[in-house]
Ligand binder design. Sequence first.
Ligand SMILES: [Zn+2]
Length: 147
Amino acid sequence: MEERLIAPCGMNCGLCVNHLAMKNDLNKQGFRKTYCAGCLPRGKNCVFMKNKCDLLGNGLVRFCFECGDFPCSRLKNLDKRYRTKYHMSMLENLEFIKEHGIKEFLEKEEAKWRCPECGEQICCHNGLCLNCDIDTLRKNKKYRWGE
Ligand SMILES: [Zn+2]
């Protein structure tokens, strides 16, 4: 997992459905997914909040915890949505990076989200490995974490 895949808000773009769809080229297998290289690789800094935050919009912070307002209400709302629906927490990620550094974080993430079948990363948006479990997604395009 690459450092550039960790967005300023703490999102791990390597777990995102649009990134994993691209990595596994799902559109060649009959899907119609948006492909995304990741917030930072695309030069977007932060897709979620760039229009509402000058620091993020202009790329002035690498991580949100460098900001005096951390954690702001926008980030808290985003974090709540992701904790509730997608089994991950931006705030938890950021706190970990702040305390232990990005290298240790990447190692932890890699182990936490590793598919036991193929070693690729599980997608946080649906809980599937987009290398092994695409039949599940084919049967139910809106499949999310067992629902
Ligand atoms: Zn797999």
